[in-house]
Design a protein around this ligand. Structure first.
Ligand SMILES: Nc1ncnc2c1ncn2[C@@H]1O[C@H](COP(=O)(O)OP(=O)(O)O)[C@@H](O)[C@H]1O
Ligand SMILES: [Mg+2]
Length: 240
């Protein structure tokens, strides 16, 4: 596929990881718009080990994003359960759920989802405010994270002044704002050219080596080939 895929990112296959950090049981999600019901998920049970690199693959429209949203507590299932680090999300009220999301999970989306009127640094700081990082620490920590993703010089830039790859790296810095154990990435390189994709993947794999649990939806076969676990979603269920 892309040049990026030809690299070896240093994932150790076959490494023994026993502790489960994400677990779903019999997840269902039905969307209702007017008279139309869409059964996006129809009973998904999975386990993801702590520190692993897991790919979710499957055709467009078959429920991958829905699954990511439920795992990350961005939406609630119609039926079934999600456990994050032993906490069952359905047992949480909206405020508690928001707190788990802010502190334990970092999200990265295909279209970056940065706030256009804010600088790179402010975009990262916003995530810290939500998780209650003391205000006096926010600016320094945001600058350190932007430096970590190779954007030390771009703290004051707005998204419109950055390339796609740079915007996605700001989004990754934002996802790291509260030191989450889990990074959920929904086609993070789907909107990037191959050079920018390579930069972003390099960063992702270095985060994996630092111990983050990475769950990534991707159409890049090279990433899937190197992942420790590949989950195939087809028509709202796990196939294989
Ligand atoms: N908010 C929504 N309201 C109604 N239908 C939705 C919504 N989100 C997704 N869907 C539908 O659910 C199915 C699965 O979508 P999605 O999870 O986005 O698939 P994927 O990420 O694999 O492309 C599709 O048929 C899609 O149209
Ligand atoms: Mg999707």
């Amino acid at each position: 596929m892309s040049e990026a895929g030809a690299r070896d990112w240093g994932i150790v296959k076959g490494e023994i990881m026993t502790e489960t950090i994400i677990k779903t049981e019999n997840l269902h999600k039905t969307y209702t718009s007017g008279a139309v019901k869409t059964h996006a998920l129809r009973g998904v049970s999975l386990e993801i080990p702590r520190g692993s690199f897991t790919c979710i693959v499957g055709p467009s429209g078959h429920g991958k994003s829905t699954l990511m949203h439920l795992i990350g507590g961005l939406d609630r299932p119609s039926d079934g359960t999600v456990h994050i680090d032993g906490t069952e999300l359905s047992g949480l009220g909206n405020r508690e759920l928001a707190a788990v999301r802010a502190k334990r999970i970092g999200f990265v989306f295909q279209f970056f989802n940065l706030l256009q009127s804010l600088t790179a640094q402010e975009n990262v700081e916003v995530a810290m405010m939500l998780a209650g990082v003391p205000e006096k620490d926010q600016a320094e920590r945001a600058r350190a994270l932007l430096a970590q993703v190779g954007l030390a010089e771009k703290c004051a830039a707005r998204p419109s002044e950055l390339s796609g790859g740079q915007q996605q790296r700001v989004a990754i810095a934002r996802a790291l704002a509260n030191s989450p154990d889990i990074l959920l990435m929904d086609e993070p390189t789907g909107n990037l050219d191959s050079a920018a994709e390579a930069e972003v993947l390099e960063l992702l794999f270095s985060l994996h080596r630092q111990g983050k649990t990475i769950v990534i939806v991707t159409h890049n076969n090279d990433i899937a080939r190197q992942a420790q676990q590949v989950i195939r979603v087809s028509d709202g269920v796990i196939s294989d």
